[in-house]
Design a protein around this ligand. Structure first.
Ligand code: TYC
Length: 116
């Protein structure tokens, strides 16, 4: 006669179909989080001297003189150009630096940022 409370499983029994986790293949997709990037835009106006804009692009955005002239002329001809793409904090700092240099010299130069 079988003992009333015998352990129901024996070593070597196949995995139980009643165990809800048994043999479930759960795939987790690795999600790599990337911080959003922001374009810094320089806007044209009729008054800010070209040489001042070139200096700003060299100083704040680390451009060579040749690069700075090229971008300044793009803004002058097209009205706006992207001068760099940065994290939110860096973009915010660059915009503030450009606006402060322009304010000190009383130039109406405008610099903004927008999410990429
Ligand atoms: N349009 C200006 C001028 O003719 C030059 C200029 C270029 C101003 C780029 C702003 O973002 C600017 N003096």
């Amino acid at each position: 006669m079988r003992p009333p409370f015998a352990h129901p499983f024996q070593l070597g029994d196949p995995p139980s179909r009643n165990d809800e986790d048994a043999d479930l293949a759960v795939k987790t997709r690795p999600r790599t989080q990337r911080p959003p990037l922001y374009k810094v835009l320089l806007l044209n106006d009729d008054f800010t001297p070209m040489e001042f804009v070139v200096q700003v692009l060299e100083r704040i955005f680390g451009m060579t003189h040749a690069q700075a002239i090229e971008i300044m002329l793009t803004v002058h001809r097209k009205g706006v150009a992207v001068v760099g793409v940065f994290s939110h904090e860096i973009a915010e700092t660059k915009v503030a630096q450009v606006m402060e240099l322009a304010r000190r010299q009383q130039h109406p130069l405008q610099c903004t940022m927008e999410k990429e």
